[in-house]
Design a protein around this ligand. Structure first.
Ligand code: RB5
Length: 150
C-alpha cells in the first residue's frame, strides 16, 4: 500500500453519516493524506444517500481517486449505491479486522462505515487497518475478477 500521503481519497455521507465524515476528514488531514475530496452531505438535514454515493463512487470508478469512503446510518444504503458502479468494490466494515480482510481478500477500493453503530475511535481503527493493508492477490484474483463478469 502506498503511504497515505500519496493516496487520493473521495468521501461522502448522508445526514446520518455527516458528523462522522467530518471527523474522518480531519483525521485523514492530520495524517497528511495526499488529497481528499468531499462530495457531501454538508449538514445533518435529512437527505438521500444515493445523491452522495453516486458522485463519490463514479469518481472511484473512473480512476479519478484511489479510494472512496462513505458513511450513512447503517452503512448499507450508501454501500449498495456505491456498488452499482463498475470497478467499485465497496466493503461495509464495522471492525478493523473486517476492513483488513476487505483489502486482503476483496481488493476493496471503497470503505463504507455504519456511523450509528461504531464509535469515533472504531472508525479510526477501521481506517488505519484499511489504508495499511495490501491486496493479497493469488487465490483471490480469479474471484475478484468475476465480480465484474455476470
Ligand atoms: C437514514 O435514516 C438511514 O436510513 C440511512 O442513513 C442509512 O442507514 C440507510 O441505509
Amino acid at each position: 500500500m502506498k503511504p497515505l500521503s500519496e493516496i487520493k481519497i473521495v468521501i461522502s455521507s448522508d445526514h446520518a453519516g455527516y458528523e462522522l465524515k467530518d471527523k474522518i476528514i480531519a483525521y485523514l488531514k492530520s495524517k497528511k493524506v495526499g488529497e481528499i475530496k468531499d462530495y457531501g452531505a454538508f449538514s445533518t438535514e435529512s437527505s438521500d444517500y444515493p445523491d452522495f454515493a453516486h458522485p463519490m463512487a463514479s469518481a472511484v470508478s473512473k480512476g479519478e481517486y484511489d479510494f472512496g469512503i462513505s458513511c450513512c446510518g447503517t452503512g448499507n444504503g450508501i454501500n449498495m449505491a456505491s456498488n452499482r458502479h463498475s470497478f467499485v468494490r465497496s466493503a461495509l466494515c464495522w471492525t478493523a479486522e473486517i476492513a483488513k480482510l476487505a483489502r486482503e481478500h476483496n481488493n476493496a477500493n471503497a470503505l463504507s462505515l455504519p456511523a450509528r453503530f461504531i464509535t469515533e475511535q472504531e472508525a479510526y481503527d477501521i481506517i488505519d487497518a484499511f489504508f495499511s493493508t495490501d491486496y493479497e492477490g493469488g487465490r483471490h484474483e480469479r474471484r475478484v475478477e468475476k465480480i465484474e463478469r455476470f
